[in-house]
Design a protein around this ligand. Structure first.
Ligand SMILES: [Zn+2]
Length: 200
């Protein structure tokens, strides 16, 4: 089966869902999530953080329909949410921005945890305290996707946080691309994605 990664183009100065600049100008977890952070690597349970609510200080200033946060969480506006909810097989949880109520963080209900040995991923070392990987990136092959799954996310890791990168079957990707008027700056990229070494 053919699968696509579904994202939005980057926006200038993307909002950070989980982090802010502390008084010293350093990137730190937002205060309401700080207790969740691993003492060694600083990573925390992103889904637990979202269940506490999105920070009411975040204001979304773009007009895009779908775009990534600084951490590569997917953010959608009202229209993109309505489109996604209208397509059979797409299952997402939505977490609203209190200060910009038209926008939500969209998290796939099916979140695939990359497993070592899967050619679809490359793994950087694990934290000795919490065993999270420093990074999980796309590898050279097609990531393993469970039988029957047509939409979900891969639990990739950046140095900062988990990135639930969305994937969709060809049929779902085609439906998303056929929406009129189109969702602004939607990207559907066929898997496997050839890793760009310069980004590592
Ligand atoms: Zn850790």
């Amino acid at each position: 089966m053919v699968f696509f990664v579904i994202t939005g183009h980057d926006v200038p100065q993307p909002p950070a869902v989980f982090f802010h600049e502390d008084e010293g100008g350093k990137l730190a977890p937002r205060p309401q999530y700080a207790d969740l952070a691993c003492r060694v690597c600083g990573k925390f349970d992103e889904l637990e953080a979202l269940s506490r609510g999105v920070d009411d200080k975040i204001v979304i200033r773009t007009k895009r329909n779908i775009f990534p946060s600084m951490e590569d969480m997917t953010i959608v506006d009202r229209r993109a949410r309505a489109v996604l909810e209208s397509i059979d097989g797409i299952q997402l949880s939505f977490f609203q921005f209190p200060q910009s109520p038209g926008y939500h963080v969209a998290v796939p209900k099916l979140l695939i945890q990359p497993r070592s040995g899967d050619q679809g991923f490359r793994f950087h070392p694990q934290c000795k305290a919490c065993s999270r990987h420093q990074q999980i990136l796309f590898g050279n092959g097609l990531p393993a996707i469970p039988e029957g799954a047509s939409f979900g996310g891969f639990g990739m890791e950046s140095r900062l946080a988990m990135k639930p990168i969305l994937f969709a079957s060809e049929a779902i990707a085609k439906k998303l691309q056929a929406i009129t008027p189109p969702l602004a700056k939607l990207v559907a990229q066929r898997l496997p994605i050839v890793p760009d070494e310069s980004c590592v």
